[in-house]
Design a protein around this ligand. Structure first.
Ligand code: PLP
Length: 429
């Protein structure tokens, strides 16, 4: 595979941008080697600057749920852009977006648009602190909620692959207000709330963890967290930046039948444009400025082009059967990968929830962060490169979920499994 132009770009980028990238995981530090630079994307595929094609299971880290460059989304963006890019005043698409979210997402009676998942989660914990008058927040080891100071404590995603438990630059006094728990540990959560429940403003969780590979909740776990929060007067915050609109049309709340107090969303509502949002019950959301005293603002929030892209994408995923089909594709891929691994004699297992999945180089089923850490990362890294050489792009880290799109058809999934047959053999050595 010729990667000359990507190599040249990466060399230039490294002298100009930290690590040569604008977001750490893109640098391939975890898997080794160099990233490829993308020229364009279409349907399930990325095309790099050297003309190579890759079947893509990253999907811009989740939002490309209808595939890249979907004609309907593109058309909405172009039509809206003709009228201007940003107004700094209210625009009608923001209202349609808030109505759509209120209709589709349990508990989101009101929504505030922001520009990224990080902004959404930062704002949600400010609201939790402001509304309860308490300071402490609870998060889970290996969960990633963006790069806000309070979240860079035992964080997942890029922070996890760098092995930095708490980032330099986060004041200790602030980090001390973040309490951490092991995901899927019922007793640990009960104990923590028994000890300091009255100080806890909110508990934030990725209902399906997508930043420490892909870890689904054990039966009753989210309900247990709900009950603890209710019992101790803390707010339950579901960070649905990955799971939103993906594990079900109504997200994890709908899939697991558990209602959160606040919900955060990210990239997925922008259909590929920079967007985030948080929402919840009316009486909570009304405490946000200007209807309430808790301040949060954003010059570009509710940007018309981003709203138009998101609304077009949300319309596409409301087609009856969309999520069933997405889940069937994910199952077909994961079953095929497991069979290919077995044939190659490689200990390997998967997890899948709706349109997201995890790949674990482990003989046993994995649903805790400790188990995810114990998987064979070196084998994953070899597998990653063997797949890349065969034109399949997986997340460049053993600790990230994979994402399916409706544009991945049977042929693309079959080609992925065929590539995996050879890649598992290489991963063995
Ligand atoms: N929350 C979760 C669950 C995420 O996966 C991410 C990013 O991957 C974020 C928050 C932060 O979103 P952003 O990168 O848009 O700031």
């Amino acid at each position: 595979m010729n990667t000359e132009r990507s190599h040249e770009l990466f060399s230039r980028a490294q002298t100009l941008m930290p690590g040569g990238v604008n977001s750490p995981v893109r640098a391939f530090k975890s898997v080794g080697g160099e990233p490829f630079f993308v020229q364009r994307a279409d349907g399930p595929c990325l095309f790099d600057v050297d003309g190579n094609r890759y079947i893509d299971y990253v999907g811009s880290w989740g939002p490309m749920i209808v595939g890249h460059n979907h004609p309907k989304v593109l058309e909405a963006v172009i039509d809206t852009a003709r009228n201007g890019l940003s107004f700094g005043t209210p625009n009608p698409l923001e209202v349609t977006m808030a109505e759509t979210i209120a209709r589709l997402i349990p508990s989101c009676e009101m929504t505030r648009m922001v520009n990224s998942g990080t902004e959404a989660t930062l704002s949600a914990i400010r609201l939790a602190r402001g509304a309860t008058g308490r300071s402490r927040i609870v998060k889970f080891e290996g969960c990633y909620h963006g790069h806000g100071d309070s979240f860079l404590v035992k964080a997942g995603s890029g922070a996890l692959t760098f092995g930095v438990p708490t980032s330099p630059g986060v004041p200790k006094a602030l980090a001390d207000l973040t309490l951490t728990l092991a995901y899927n540990d019922f007793d640990g959560a009960t104990k923590l709330f028994d000890e300091c429940g009255s100080d806890i403003a909110g508990l934030i969780v990725e209902p399906v963890v997508g930043n420490a590979n892909c870890l689904p909740p054990r039966d009753g776990y989210l309900r247990h967290l709900r009950d603890l929060c209710t019992q101790h007067g803390a707010l339950l915050i579901f960070d649905e930046v990955m799971t939103g609109f993906r594990v079900a049309l109504g997200g994890a709340q709908a899939r697991y039948g558990v209602t959160a107090d606040l919900v955060t969303f990210g990239k997925v509502i922008g259909g590929g444009m920079p967007v985030g949002a948080y929402g919840g019950r009316r009486e909570l959301m009304q405490q946000i400025a200007p209807s309430g005293p808790i301040y949060q603002a954003g010059t570009l929030s509710g940007n018309p082009v981003a709203m138009a892209a998101g609304l077009a994408m949300l319309e596409l995923i409301q087609v009856p059967g969309f999520h069933e089909s997405l889940e069937a594709k994910t199952n077909a891929l994961c079953d095929g990968l497991e069979t290919a691994a077995r044939e190659a004699g490689v200990p390997f297992t998967t997890q899948r929830v709706g349109g997201m999945f995890g790949m674990f180089f482990s003989a046993e089923k994995v649903d805790t962060y400790a188990q995810a850490l114990a998987c064979n990362t070196a084998a994953f890294n070899r597998f990653f490169h063997a797949m890349l050489d065969r034109g399949v792009y997986l997340a460049p880290s053993a600790f990230e979920a994979g994402f399916m799109s409706s544009a991945h058809d049977d042929a693309v999934i079959a080609a992925t499994i065929e590539a995996a047959r050879g890649a598992f053999v290489e991963a063995k050595s």
